[in-house]
Design a binder for this molecule. Sequence first.
Ligand code: SAM
Length: 299
Amino acid sequence: MSATLTLEALQRRMTQRLDSHHNETAALDARLLLEHASGLSPTELAMQAKHNAAASLINDTNALLALRLTGMPVAKIIGHKEFWGRRFHVSAAVLDPRPDSETLIEAALSLLPANKARRLIDFGTGSGCLLLTLLAERPLATGLGIDKSRAALSMARRNAHCVEPDVRRRVALRNSDWLSADWRANISIKAGGPVDMPVDMIVANPPYIGSDEIATLERDVRLFDPRLALDGGPDGISPYRALIGPSFQRLKNGGHLLLEIGATQAAAISALMAAAGFSDILARQDLAGRDRVLIGTKP
Ligand SMILES: C[S@@+](CC[C@H](N)C(=O)[O-])C[C@H]1O[C@@H](n2cnc3c(N)ncnc32)[C@H](O)[C@@H]1O
């Protein structure tokens, strides 16, 4: 009977069920779903492993498993995802923060001194994971995040309030197309001066999947990440064509542009950066050894 199932056995059963549906992260997913349903931390779950699971908990975990088996990513089910050691709220309106994007954070932090006031822009901020992480790690920095999706921006605002106590005072979040002039007019980054001043760093993780490739993506991505966050136009690099020139204009001399890219796009996007005037263009690799970030310097 389910009433005599211990928490430990319930977790094992959830893992087996996910595993039998070829879920490659079955054990991790089962643990995260059980933590969410029970409200217990990993330590509490370990300490209470031999406790019996309540019937209501078993029902709740069954409902969560059913969602996961539709392909819905765990982050979308539980409403949050860890990124660079912090929790970010997510919704259907935002791309779930990806471990690959931590490559950009690592590269950006190496260029941002901790004891200097630096001004940043994040084009296509989504959940805010890039900009808010950089502001949390660099307490004197201020930043502007732009996104075309209002719903994404409201998630970034929510995250700005919870990621670190003072980050919300150092960030401005604007709903705009990155091609539009609206956001340039008279916006001030709190405590940082007008945003039409040149900035020290621009980061972006633009959509970079070719429009025709989207149908071939895994179900978890294709069905549950917003198309606006994925679709990079016919060859996947249209957003880079739009962003690189204006980014060059907005940067200070010596400032940096950091772009997350698709694994096969480094040559094409480096060429766009060089044509716009960037120098010292470097690629950084993700944990799987694939080109993941390009860094260019405005001479
Ligand atoms: C790949 S997601 C990246 C989100 C977040 N920066 C991250 O790294 O997880 C791209 C983001 O760009 C936004 N976006 C797409 N086209 C845009 C445009 N023309 N102007 C502004 N934002 C845009 C999308 O809404 C989405 O939030």
